[in-house]
Design a protein around this ligand. Structure first.
Ligand SMILES: Nc1ncnc2c1ncn2[C@@H]1O[C@H](COP(=O)(O)OP(=O)(O)OP(=O)(O)O)[C@@H](O)[C@H]1O
Ligand SMILES: [Mg+2]
Length: 385
């Protein structure tokens, strides 16, 4: 092997993509990994513009020209590029050659996996801090609530005319208990006391549910047919829409692509239904938003696709829509509690954070989102049977 072959082999074997470009941003040399990223043949890229062969660099022409003009190293730590509806991330370093002027090397490293992992860790952390916060609030609210419930029950007991202690205290103070009770009824004071008690009980139920959420092991799982659960949830959501008189759902096609003979999966059926219904609602809202947006000229027909399939011993459930889709920035925040782009139309931003919590904390699964503006959105849930 001669020295040229030796150096060429080193460059070809590098895990990074390496592209040498001239002052007109024309590709002069390219290694194997760069071709792999560009998905093109060598002949199709050599002597062509680096911006057309590597569309992820299109927004960074200025930076490439700076590296060339100033003979300087330029680093781009996080270049984002959406390809086939997938978000890819790259680290790009442009550095000048020491001996040859007017040429720079562009090194591209695919950091998509690392980015996805970081985003997932960040999301889990956010959720854990929310869980902690919710559990803390629930715990603190429990004490005053108990005081309210006990207080009301005591008041009601202490005016009952047939209790010995009440009779004695009434005699001592010269009060007619029957008349007192008639007065309380006439002025609806008993009704108000009952309402306060009922409200406090309801609040107490909410609080104990919040506490349960932070302790997933208090739930009982059941082996379920996921296809059946999906279909039931769909019926449930449609009924919901009927009741609310939502007009747009009639204009949406619903396609079910359900794999037969799926294994039963141990889940919390009510909670999983809650997940599906939330995803359907969001899909319908996204379709309605696209259908009514000014950009849609031709008549637009919405479609929601529900798919189940086994893949590598995992059950994959996909809820896809062809609605308005989301920008990169929205996708990043989509599972955050209270994040909503629909505050004006009554959104609270709690649907997907609940979905996330149920899938991750309660069912031990994964949830992923893929979206492109005015193309549509897919939510992909992975569960282990
Ligand atoms: N299928 C989808 N297509 C496009 N955008 C979506 C979709 N699902 C969610 N989103 C975006 O994510 C945001 C958060 O969703 P989430 O369900 O958590 O809250 P919401 O729907 O706004 O309010 P809530 O569900 O509490 O009523 C939405 O406001 C919307 O911008
Ligand atoms: Mg929602």
């Amino acid at each position: 092997m001669n020295i040229q072959e030796f150096f060429s082999d080193i460059i070809e074997s590098m895990p990074s993509a390496l592209i040498t470009i001239d002052s007109d941003l024309i590709i002069k040399q390219i290694n194997f990994n760069a071709l792999r990223i560009s998905n093109l043949e060598k002949n199709a890229v050599l002597n062509k513009s680096v911006l057309s062969a590597f569309p992820m660099l299109q927004n960074y022409e200025t930076e490439l020209r700076v590296a060339l003009a100033q003979h300087a190293t330029v680093m781009l730590d996080r270049v984002e590029y959406v390809n086939e509806e997938l978000n890819n991330y790259y680290k790009v370093t442009c550095y000048p050659l020491t001996a040859i002027e007017n040429l720079i090397v562009v090194q591209i490293d695919d950091i998509t996996q690392r980015e996805q992992l970081e985003q997932r860790v960040l999301q889990t952390e956010k959720m854990h801090s929310m869980d902690g916060l919710a559990a803390g609030i629930a715990h603190e609210v429990n004490n005053p609530l108990s005081a309210i419930i006990n207080g009301i029950q005591n008041i009601k007991r202490r005016v009952e005319p047939d209790r010995q202690a009440n009779v004695e205290a009434a005699e001592e103070t010269d009060v007619d208990l029957e008349k007192l009770n008639a007065y309380l009824a006439l002025r609806e004071i008993k009704f108000f006391l009952d309402s306060i008690e009922e409200g406090a009980f309801r609040a107490s139920n909410i609080v104990s549910n919040m506490l349960k959420f932070s302790k997933p092991d208090t739930y009982t799982h059941e082996a379920c047919d996921i296809n059946l659960l999906l279909e039931q949830s769909l019926k449930f959501a449609l009924k919901d829409y009927e009741l609310q008189n939502v007009p747009h759902f009639e204009n949406i096609d619903i396609e079910l692509v359900l794999e037969k003979d799926l294994p039963l999966v141990s889940v919390l059926p009510l909670e999983l239904q809650q997940v599906f219904v939330n995803l359907f609602r969001n899909a319908e809202q996204a379709i309605t938003s696209r259908a009514t947006s000014a950009q849609e000229e031709a008549p637009f027909r919405g479609k929601i696709t529900l798919e189940t399939k086994m893949h590598n011993d995992e059950l994959i459930i996909t809820v896809a829509d062809n609605g308005c889709g989301m920008s990169e920035e929205v996708v990043r925040k989509v599972f955050d509690p209270y994040f909503s782009t629909r505050h004006k139309s009554g959104g609270h931003g709690l649907g997907l954070s609940t979905v996330y919590r149920i899938v991750k904390s309660l069912l031990g699964g994964e949830i992923e989102v893929r979206s492109a503006v005015n193309v549509g959105t897919q939510f992909i849930i992975t569960l282990r049977p």
